[in-house]
Write a protein that binds this ligand. Structure first.
Ligand SMILES: Cc1cc2nc3c(=O)[nH]c(=O)nc-3n(C[C@H](O)[C@H](O)[C@H](O)COP(=O)(O)OP(=O)(O)OC[C@H]3O[C@@H](n4cnc5c(N)ncnc54)[C@H](O)[C@@H]3O)c2cc1C
Length: 415
């Protein structure tokens, strides 16, 4: 049994703690916040083996530039004179190619399927309900241009062995018995699933505490002392800590923390918003994405309905842009014409910072430079989906075991 420290208590840190505890280790999570909220709580809860195309893909640059001049658009890069942003943008640009997508898709498929299998197991073995359902994912489109793009996505998925069906507007409506849908058509991915994320993370924390995982909250890691190629001491604002092995799972903050170890981990926060309507009388049944608006819609526990969207590359910034939230609200009647959703108040809007690597692939692996360090971060739009799979891989890496899947594509020191 080893003494393992995990920095960061989001879905990646918690999942890692779960599998490390199962493997018999003593685990401590060091977390700067009070773990009442954060990126792993209010997200759209989708488990998405369908998502084979990383954020860095052909067409994203031109779309991004077009969207930048519209204050209600779903994607925005805040222009800043920041060396980190310029370097990140350069790598994003270099990776927005067909070749990168061809290499990334099989790697994303492997980790997504591993993670979904872990979720299926968790739904059976955890002593609490976190709203796990396998109802698939519906990608809704309204224009011919998007229909064409989505047909390509569906073809890529089917080629990779991920089932995708192009369906008509009538078939879309059959999947939604209670809510009227307006769409030219859709692509249905029957293999996707969803959960209620805050229900999972809150109950998982309680469960882990019962399993003697220590939670050192309101504690910010500030620096490290390295000796003989290993992290000897972790310096925090609450004193020093030492562990046999350390896992960095600090989401959007990981680039800054890795820099303290002289590791290059390009990372930008991709801010997004969500709001949740409780007790829907008639609810959406199948998690859906409005493709043109880039809005995610997920039915959750308590017969609630969550809308989430926007990707603002703004740095670690917690301000709320009501214009972009309005962009989400305005899109709803275009797809669900009979659903009347009022503009939420500021305190009803949740925001989270997605940890975005510039090639859209996570950083998962043991550091080549620091012997007792494992990195697990940078899951962008898919951290919830890939959480348990990543946690399992972290436990295997710490145990020096053969990993369940190949992880070369996720090598942390690739930039
Ligand atoms: C609107 C929206 C919708 C989304 N929908 C989905 C979805 O449907 N499916 C999906 O798979 N993903 C989704 N995501 C993405 C997903 O939420 C993230 O990828 C995921 O939560 C990242 O988890 P994490 O554990 O890496 O990071 P976080 O949850 O951010 O956790 C990292 C933790 O590290 C802590 N930390 C950082 N630095 C330090 C330090 N120096 N010392 C101590 N602690 C530190 C932070 O406080 C934080 O709690 C969505 C995101 C948004 C914003």
């Amino acid at each position: 049994m080893s003494n393992i420290g995990i920095i960061g208590g989001g879905i990646i840190g918690l999942s890692s703690a779960y599998y490390l505890t199962k493997a018999g280790h003593q685990v401590t999570i060091i977390e700067q916040s009070d773990l009442k909220d954060g990126c792993s709580f209010g997200n759209a809860g989708m488990i998405v083996p369908s998502h084979l195309i990383p954020l860095a893909a052909p067409g994203m640059i031109s779309k991004g530039i077009r969207w930048m001049f519209n204050s209600t658009s779903p994607f925005y890069v805040k222009p800043r004179l920041s060396g980190d942003l310029i370097r990140w943008g350069y790598h994003f640009y270099k990776n927005s190619t067909k070749e990168h997508v061809a290499k990334a898709a099989p790697a994303l498929k492997e980790i997504s399927l591993l993670s979904k299998a872990m979720y299926q197991q968790l739904a059976k073995e955890l002593p609490f309900d976190f709203g796990y359902h396998e109802r698939g994912l519906l990608m809704l489109y309204q224009t011919k241009e998007t229909e064409h793009e989505e047909a390509e996505t569906a073809a890529l998925a089917n080629k990779q062995g991920i089932e995708a069906h192009i369906i008509s507007s009538e078939e879309v409506q059959k999947l939604e018995p209670e809510v009227k849908v307006k769409a030219r058509g859709g692509v249905y991915f029957p293999g996707d699933a969803h959960i209620t994320p805050q229900s999972l993370v809150n109950q998982l924390m309680t469960f882990l505490k019962e399993k003697h995982v220590k939670f050192q909250t309101s504690t910010t890691v500030q620096d490290f002392v390295i000796e003989s190629g290993k992290i000897k001491t972790i310096q925090t604002d609450q004193g020093d800590f030492s562990f046999d092995d350390l896992v960095i799972a600090t989401g959007s903050w990981s680039g800054l923390l890795a820099a303290k170890l002289d590791l290059s981990l390009p990372m930008q926060a991709g801010k997004g918003y969500s709001f949740t309507i409780p007790n829907m009388e008639k609810n959406v049944r199948t998690p859906s994405i409005f493709l043109e608006a880039r809005v995610a819609v997920t039915p959750m526990m308590g017969n609630s309905l969550r809308f989430g969207g926007t990707m603002e590359i703004t740095g670690v910034d917690h301000s709320i842009s009501m214009n972009r939230v309005k962009g989400i609200v305005d899109s709803i009647p275009r797809y669900y014409p009979e659903l009347n959703v009022p503009m939420p108040k500021v305190d009803e809007i949740w925001h989270g910072l997605r940890p975005c690597s510039p090639d859209g692939l996570p950083y998962i692996g043991r550091s080549k430079k620091i012997a007792n360090l494992v990195l697990a971060t940078g899951h962008s739009m898919m951290g919830l989906s890939l959480g348990p799979g990543t946690g399992k891989l972290v436990s295997e890496l710490v145990n020096q075991e053969k990993t369940s899947i190949g992880i070369d594509a996720f090598t942390p020191e690739r930039f």
